[in-house]
Design a protein around this ligand. Sequence first.
Ligand code: NZQ
Ligand code: ZN
Length: 386
Amino acid sequence: MNTFTYSYPVKAYFGEKAAEKNLAAELSKYGENVLLAYGGGSVKKNGIYDELVGILKNAGKKITEFTGIMSNPTYEKVQEGAKLAKENQIDFILAVGGGSVIDCCKVVSAQAKLDEDIWDFEYVQHGVPSEFIPMGAVVTAFGTGAEMNNGAVITNEEKKSKSPLWGAFYDFAVLDPDYTMTMPMKQVISGAFDSLSHSMETYMGSPREVNLSDEINEATQRNIIRNIRATLRNPDDRQARSELVWAAAMAENGILKIGKVTDFQCHMLEHQLGAYTDCNHGQGLAVLHPALYRHMLPEAAPQFARLAVEVWGIDASGKSEGELADAFIDALASFIKEIGLPTTFAEMGIGTDTDFKAIAESTILAGGCVKKFTPEELCEVLEECM
Ligand code: NZQ
Ligand code: ZN
């Protein structure tokens, strides 16, 4: 195991009526001006907006709304939120949504306290923001686990870059699985696959010897796979939904990462694909993973072989490490197909005219990946996904 320090700043309120039970007490800790942030309006249709506004009003808060946060949030939207926060002397941000709203607000919270442009501050001056407007998250779409970390993924359209920006940690996160029951099934599955991807990307990091974090990770992966299947059998299965919501948080709350340097090469590539195509994150990962993993052989064979046995239940007897590693990638690819995720870019509506070379050349090369990819090889991976 690598040396580590572990502490976690995000308080998670999980379960039925978590907002009704806990939000008022949390809100009492902050000033009266609240920025209520949400996406394109699903919260108004499913009643979550009315419920939260009721709690905010009862708590005597003055609400400023920050709305229309899109999937794959843009840097321009971040600046709009920061401006609103400054103009209205916001004391607290309540982010209500999935990874997009939650990420956008992390950077709003930092930009509102910073005079410089935060993109330049982080990428040119290599600064790390240290002052934030405090925030709480109410998760309505699970999968990214974005409520548990302080990294935001923001699309800078001008720079053609979908990149991480460091923002604030949430003080607390409300995780009520019932709030996610109105998610479209396509998003449920792509979100859950994103959680599986986060677990795999963490597992595939270094050191390569299996440690306790990896064994917990294997259990998390098995759990996600089982509960995706249960959800597809019965979309109203609340037990399966609860498990998936917490598995998403587990994959990003630092526990699986203890003693590890993570990989996340597939994510880096998918993010740049997103910068060029605005594709759905979980779907992009589903297409990329098997193709990228085939390129990670033979370097990744020992870890893939272990995943074959421990996660996918493949019988090891009579099989070499290489055969098991192949069997893992085959099992992953057929699972992606089984659960109705796309297996090619064409199925996602990504055309052959997409500039794969530019995507590959602008992709961050992950330090923790077992294989040191070159932009040329990443371009091959992208072309194989058509
Ligand atoms: O905008 P509204 O109308 O709310 O609709 C949303 C959106 O269209 C809808 N939705 C959310 N809750 C709903 C609901 N529809 C019905 N009922 C509900 N209860 O779901 C759609 C997708 O939401 P979005 O937040 O975009 O999805 P997701 O949670 O997958 O977030 C994706 C973003 O997170 C980033 C991705 O790159 C992408 O930008 N990620 C953030 C990570 C992090 N910070 O740790 C990790 C991930 O790897 C990922 O990169
Ligand atoms: Zn992800």
